[in-house]
Design a binder for this molecule. Structure first.
Ligand code: FAD
Ligand code: DHB
Length: 392
């Protein structure tokens, strides 16, 4: 079996890359370890940057997103039990964000892929990457109890943080940078109409909380909690009482309650691996970097990488020009680092740090006041939140 680009992983990175390559007339095979139903129902990101929405539309997978996505022109930042609205559209020169769940994007991309008749294999677990430093790398994988191999020109490592692509790069040829935060997010999905039609970021002395949504009748809510907490310790009553406390404002705001249909715990981490290319292997998305989710940047950052990788492969196959491929890591990392900075600073700005509560909290409140009072601080925030320009 052989192809031009072997893609490991059918998350947003791998599926979008495959779609972009298809549109450029480049062949690929996607290998995904999980079943289709699993990846199409995995609850994850929700907020799409302005340029990501355009990218999906340009790739022919924006029709349902345009119909069902919820366009947001502003966000609600609350601290000191007071609400402040940031008009991110006006502040960023016209850019909005759209709430549309990641698993819906995955469904749209899987459907588009299946229409192309190019291969997307589920329950095909990649076990090793071979000959990456040659012009004929190979992907070894297990499917239906058999070990198989795919020969390709390039390997795209789109297999997330726990995948096998990044560890396939020999030690000493890749550096990693990052930090783990001493807290996690408890995320819930509730059958309750969102009480605010915009996303709410709440700074509170009990810890951070976030209200987002999945539809006009389903809320997505997150609570900062200790990193070693267990979802079992969070009864529905405890969750609602903590949420009410953290979202309370002096003007009497109240969340809507509803049946909790899902609970999960996500640890917070900042991580970057560099370079993002080794020989004929290129990494994209969570395989190369992780952000704490506070700024909703994980999926958006993955799309930035994929745009560069697809353009580099197109230049190579169409014009025989390998310059962008050589510079893939350098170009992708320029945006990755800016996004990392924004996500890490928002994480530090909004969460409670138990080891330095009093001084740190004063610094947080001073910075939050500056964001809502000083238009230049607000503009910088809004440009980052709605999405920095893509380099390619
Ligand atoms: P993934 O989505 O992780 O996809 C990788 C794929 O590779 C998976 O389907 C996996 O099954 C497959 N795979 C792994 N190993 C192998 C193998 N050996 N062989 C074959 N296939 C393999 N981001 C936001 O912007 N906002 C959020 O609110 C947000 N919430 C999140 C909540 C959670 C619980 C998590 C885990 C992430 C969240 N993120 C969020 C981050 C965002 O979901 C990721 O940045 C995004 O999924 C990255 O896409 P990806 O395609 O690079 O990786
Ligand atoms: C969502 C997640 C985020 O991390 C965020 O900052 C905003 C919204 C969400 O899941 O909808």
């Amino acid at each position: 079996m052989k192809t031009q680009v072997g893609i490991v992983g059918a998350g947003p990175s791998g599926l979008l890359l495959a779609q972009m390559l298809h549109l450029a007339g480049i062949d690929s095979v996607i290998l995904e370890s999980r079943p289709r139903s699993y990846i199409e129902n995995r609850q994850r990101a929700g907020v799409l940057e302005h340029g990501v929405v355009r990218t999906l539309a340009d790739c022919g997978v924006g029709a349902r997103l345009a119909r069902e996505g919820m366009v947001h022109e502003g966000i609600d930042i609350r601290f000191g039990e007071t609400r402040h609205r940031l008009d991110v559209k006006a502040l960023s020169g016209g850019q909005c964000v759209t709430v549309y769940p990641q698993h819906e994007i995955v469904k749209d991309l899987v459907a588009a892929r299946l229409q192309t008749d190019r291969p997307l294999w589920f329950e095909a677990r990649v076990t090793s990457l071979l000959d990456l430093e040659t012009s004929r790398p190979r992907i070894r994988f297990e499917q239906d109890g058999e070990t198989r191999e795919l020969a390709c020109d390039f390997v795209a490592g789109c297999d997330g943080f726990h995948g096998i692509s990044r560890p396939a790069i020999p030690g000493g040829r890749i550096d990693s940078y990052g930090r783990d935060y001493p807290f996690a997010w408890l995320g819930i999905l509730a059958e309750a109409a969102p009480a605010s039609h915009e996303v709410i970021y709440a700074h509170h002395k009990r810890g951070f909380a976030l209200q987002s949504m999945r539809s006009p009748t389903v809320s997505r809510l997150y609570l900062q909690c200790p990193v070693d907490d267990d979802v079992e310790q969070w009864s529905d009553d405890r969750i609602w009482s903590e949420l009410h406390a953290r979202f309370a404002t002096h003007d009497g705001f109240r969340l809507n309650e509803g049946r909790i249909v899902q609970k999960s715990l996500t640890p917070m981490r900042s991580f970057v691996a560099a370079p993002m290319r080794h020989g004929r292997l290129m990494l994209a998305g969570d395989a190369a970097h992780i952000v704490p989710p506070t700024g909703a940047k994980g999926l958006n950052s993955a799309v930035g990488d994929v745009r560069v990788m697809a353009a580099a492969l197109e230049a190579y196959y169409r014009h025989g020009d390998g310059d962008l491929l050589e510079r893939y890591s350098e170009i992708a990392l320029r945006r990755v680092w800016k996004t990392q900075r924004f996500a890490a600073s928002l994480c530090t700005l909004l969460h409670r740090f138990h080891d330095e509560p009093r001084f740190h909290m004063r610094m947080q409140l001073a910075e939050l006041e500056q964001i809502v009072e000083d238009p230049r601080a607000a503009e910088l925030f809004a440009r980052n939140y709605t999405g920095l320009p893509f380099d390619v």
